[in-house]
Design a protein around this ligand. Structure first.
Ligand SMILES: [Zn+2]
Length: 376
């Protein structure tokens, strides 16, 4: 391949900075504003814009009329110039989203199906399921950056092996056995890490955050300086297997007393034998059996939350689909958490996620969006 000449590289960088400026501005910028913001000449701005408009990444944001005559036209980044897919693999469900470059959810589908890893038929099913979702959503395959896949477990940094996924009952398996039929770039990530990254991306206003995900399993992510801290063995933020009750309830990991054993959605379903909707309807009507379990869950959750806060001294953000039901019980959870805090008589650090229900599949798509935007 012929090496790129310096002038070509500089032009590419200029086009990139014009694009990023428009992307960040969201509401649009005029050519004069771009020139001023980037310290570039107007002819340079014109040249970059014509390239960006031709490639479909940028468009005119609409002409504004004013009494004093025509205002200069502003330009904006086209949100769906590229799209990404996020898939969340759960024990008995597949959740899929299509997102645009601002992580807006364009389409969503939930398929009830138990995938068998390392099975040809499951690999075929997943690929067909994805194609049917893309067809139904009318996604232009030319715009599709890739498919991010979130799952509740630990994966090696090279994405070659799933080391451990207790809620799926897996150890040391090849993730590609499940995605080999998917004809797009694929990236695997831990589900709670996806949730945390999506939350951070949407909030965009903080550097440090611990994210605690309450779904069928319990997991988390530690984000420091805007980046995920993965740890020495990719096990950082495995809050679900932090002990909150020595010799307590058995956990899927084989140990006892883990946060996951107490605070997962699975515990509610398995103990009461009802769906979450039924459980929370019953709880609102004070069914004693449900109240007993729920307040025990909240007490253990508050221990876990406090432990995370003590270790990291940053906001703890609660996410995952269980949090959708949490709102009426937040004052109680705050009270339990504050009672555990030796340094302050409150629990202001405890916050609810903005994205709630679809944070995990949204976060799964984020890898391809960030790679496109920032080359990360
Ligand atoms: Zn455990």
């Amino acid at each position: 391949m012929r090496p790129e000449n310096p002038a070509g590289r500089r032009r590419k960088q200029t086009v990139g900075s014009v694009y990023h400026c428009l992307y960040e501005a969201r509401r649009g910028c005029t050519k004069a504003e771009l020139a001023q913001e980037l310290g570039l000449s107007l002819p340079t701005i014109y040249q970059s814009l014509s390239e960006l408009i031709a490639s479909g990444l940028v468009c005119y944001a609409g002409e504004q009329q004013s009494t004093g005559g025509r205002r200069p036209q502003s330009l904006k980044a086209v949100a769906d110039a590229r799209v990404a897919v996020g898939i969340s693999l759960m024990d008995d469900r597949i959740r899929m989203v299509v997102t645009d470059l601002y992580l807006n959810e364009l389409h969503y589908r939930n398929v009830k199906h138990k995938l068998m890893w390392q099975s040809e038929s499951s690999a075929a099913f997943l690929a067909e399921c994805l194609e049917s979702f893309l067809n139904g959503s009318g996604v232009d395959r030319q715009k599709l950056l890739g498919v991010g896949i979130a799952f509740p477990g630990v994966i090696t940094t090279d994405r070659a092996r799933v080391l451990y996924a207790p809620t799926l009952g897996l150890r040391n398996v090849d993730p590609n056995s499940l995605t080999q039929r998917i004809p797009y770039p694929v990236f695997w990530e831990n589900d709670a890490t996806c949730g945390g990254k999506a939350e951070m991306f949407i909030r965009g206003d903080r550097d440090n955050m611990a994210y605690l995900s309450l779904e069928d399993g319990v997991g988390g992510a530690v984000l420091i300086g805007g980046k995920t801290y993965v740890g020495e063995h990719q096990r950082s933020g495995e809050f679900g297997h932090m002990c909150v009750e020595p010799a307590g309830l058995p956990c899927t990991c084989g140990k006892r007393g883990c946060l996951e054993a107490y605070c997962s959605a699975q515990r509610i379903r398995n103990t009461c034998g009802v769906s979450l909707d039924t459980f929370f309807e019953g709880l609102a009507q004070h069914v004693p059996e449900y109240e007993l379990l729920w307040y025990d869950l909240l007490r253990h959750l508050s221990i876990g939350i406090n432990n995370i806060h003590m270790a990291l001294d940053c906001d703890v953000v609660l996410g995952g689909f269980l949090t959708e039901y949490l709102e009426p019980y937040l004052p109680q959870l705050h009270e339990y958490a504050a009672a555990n805090n030796p340094f302050a008589a409150n629990s202001d650090y405890l916050q609810m996620s903005v994205l709630r229900r679809h944070a995990v599949p949204l976060g799964a798509s984020l890898y391809f969006i960030q790679r496109f935007l920032y080359g990360e």
